[in-house]
Write a protein that binds this ligand. Structure first.
Ligand SMILES: O=C(O)CCC(=O)C(=O)O
Ligand SMILES: [Fe+2]
Length: 310
């Protein structure tokens, strides 16, 4: 049976009335799901209405107030946290050929800062290999799903295909081990360069389930589940990766990285992972980003099977 993914005026009224009465988000989502609403749609729409009603504070929160406030908002979104994909009790994670140190971590959402993901030589080499290939970065158009250039994203970038060469393959294998997710679920590695003034305004890495343009992405390998943003150089000033809902900012440091998770086994997505690249104020910023999907890419399954001699 098809589930409902749009809101009639009657349901709109019902939502507003019940929010006014002080109902909590889970009650509202459960009631909608019981009436055949799509669970993802119900979660997103309830979150949206609660936010519009001022019941979820979208403004950045002070770091000291971050944890309890974020937990409240997480609950309001209806997102159910599950067991983190990566170990949350180790200070060093053995990631293939490299020991990666944990510098900071939080759960709900899982956000972890790693040191020593890439050596300085690897950072330099990724930059050198990318420099001549850079083009203006695009984002996914919410209605068509096509790439489009927008002012919110003033960086330049390029991509490396999975296992493009031996150097990239070594890093790809390490990242799959670190992120505890199969290599067949990995998107191409993105390299970005931000010049002074360039930024990437706060956004979600997941494909918004309510956008028509997300369908073509979701149909290949499912939703994005986690991200690793690796810093390839030290930035003199600015360029932090910011999480406005959490009151967290991660300053770029050559070789280190920030990891976060935002999609559970029911394909629910976590709006608290809103994040962006703050404007670079002095110097330039280089990053490499790895996004992982719910399911394998068919062409990678084939590629890996051939490698393994199947
Ligand atoms: O530049 C940053 O720090 C964040 C980059 C980012 O959000 C992305 O590549 O999806
Ligand atoms: Fe992002």
């Amino acid at each position: 049976m098809n589930t409902i993914t749009h809101l009639t005026p009657e349901w709109e009224f019902w939502l507003m009335e019940n929010i006014e009465r002080g109902c909590n988000s889970q009650t509202l989502v459960d009631a909608m799901v019981a009436k055949q609403f799509d669970p993802l749609f119900a979660g997103a729409i309830v979150y949206h209405y609660l936010q519009s009603a001022g019941r979820i504070d979208g403004a950045p929160v002070a770091p000291q107030a971050g944890a309890p406030a974020a937990a409240q908002r997480a609950q309001a979104s209806g997102y159910r946290y599950e067991k983190p994909r990566i170990p949350m009790d180790q200070s060093v994670i053995r990631a293939g050929d490299r020991d990666v140190r944990v510098a900071l971590r939080m759960d709900k959402p899982v956000v972890v800062v790693f040191d020593n993901v890439l050596s300085h030589e690897e950072c330099d080499q990724l930059i050198a290999l990318s420099r001549s290939k850079l083009t203006r970065s695009a984002t996914v158009d919410p209605t068509t799903g096509q790439d489009m250039v927008i002012a919110d994203r003033s960086s330049h970038g390029t991509f490396f295909r999975l296992r493009e060469d031996d150097f990239i393959a070594r890093i790809d294998e390490r990242l799959a081990a670190l992120m505890h997710w199969p290599i067949t679920h990995a998107e191409d590695m993105q390299i970005l360069n931000y010049q002074p003034g360039a930024e990437y305004k706060p956004h979600y890495d997941y494909f918004p389930p309510q956008d028509a343009g997300s369908n073509q992405h979701l149909s290949t390998a499912g939703q994005r589940v986690s991200t690793l943003v690796m810093y390839l150089n030290d930035v003199e000033e600015g360029g932090e990766t910011v999480f406005p809902e959490l009151g967290v900012a991660v300053p770029p440091r050559k070789g280190s990285a920030v990891y976060f998770e935002y999609c559970n086994s029911r394909s629910q997505v976590d709006p608290l992972t809103l994040h962006g690249g703050a404007p670079v104020r002095k110097g330039e910023k280089w990053i490499a980003t790895k996004w992982l999907r719910e399911r394998p890419f068919p062409h990678l399954l084939e590629q890996e099977a051939q490698r393994n001699g199947a």
